[in-house]
Design a protein around this ligand. Sequence first.
Ligand SMILES: NC(=O)c1ccc[n+]([C@@H]2O[C@H](COP(=O)([O-])OP(=O)(O)OC[C@H]3O[C@@H](n4cnc5c(N)ncnc54)[C@H](O)[C@@H]3O)[C@@H](O)[C@H]2O)c1
Length: 246
Amino acid sequence: MSYPVLITGAASGIGRATAVALANTGRSLVLWDIQAGPLAELAAELAVPTTIAAFDVTDTEKRHEAYAAARTAQGGFSGLVHAAGVSGPEPISAFTSEAWGRTIDINLTTAAVMTHELADDLANSGEGAIVYISSIEGYFGHAWLPAYCTSKAGLLGLARAAGHELAARGVRINCVCPGAIETPMLAPLLASDDFRNSITMRTPLGRVGRPDDIADAIVFLLSQQARFITGTSLVVDGGLTSIGGI
Ligand SMILES: NC(=O)c1ccc[n+]([C@@H]2O[C@H](COP(=O)([O-])OP(=O)(O)OC[C@H]3O[C@@H](n4cnc5c(N)ncnc54)[C@H](O)[C@@H]3O)[C@@H](O)[C@H]2O)c1
């Protein structure tokens, strides 16, 4: 029997869709998010063993309590999906170290520290795999999103470097880079018809992405079908960046 996959940011959007998709393949789950209500509602819908914890994933003490509770309930971990993220719009001209630090901490540093903390579990599982949710913003730059773009580019480097080290222990690490996806994070932008139409027109596959488009790519990268893939990224954007990006 497989150990569970831990998903951060599981209460909403891409993390939530990933929980549903993994449950549909029979994988057991550990789900973390800062939003307690939606997390409990999701867990009640899933028909696989599921352990939940609602807290800020940057909180080291709470993370260690939640690891311990999950190990007691389900024995260990076989996968990690770091989907918790914030966009933190703030141009460099309005830089504050507090806003910059918070975005980098949630999006990037927590991915690194959790990779360190889970390395033994993932290696011992014999099928360990990690997926960080980067973004096409990891390849592009936007004036209003410097911390976000930096955090997402950082995840690409982290997957290469940590993937190199942990390959020797049989643990694979990859990124998924979504394009524009219909989630609460992008809702304020997609509420504008101009933005939505502009994305749709510039996407060869002709629509805004859905959370399950990304979840299916994550399920693949966690599975044995991806057994020879590590240290790289998979762009899932309907072709948006193939013709020049956003
Ligand atoms: N929506 C898009 O178009 C898009 C595109 C590229 C990348 N992404 C990335 O996908 C990931 C998921 O985003 P989404 O679009 O599903 O957004 P979302 O807002 O629906 O989900 C993000 C989740 O992370 C949780 N979260 C945020 N900070 C947290 C913290 N400190 N502790 C615990 N939980 C926390 C939120 O509560 C939320 O449930 C993010 O990393 C985002 O940057 C999204």
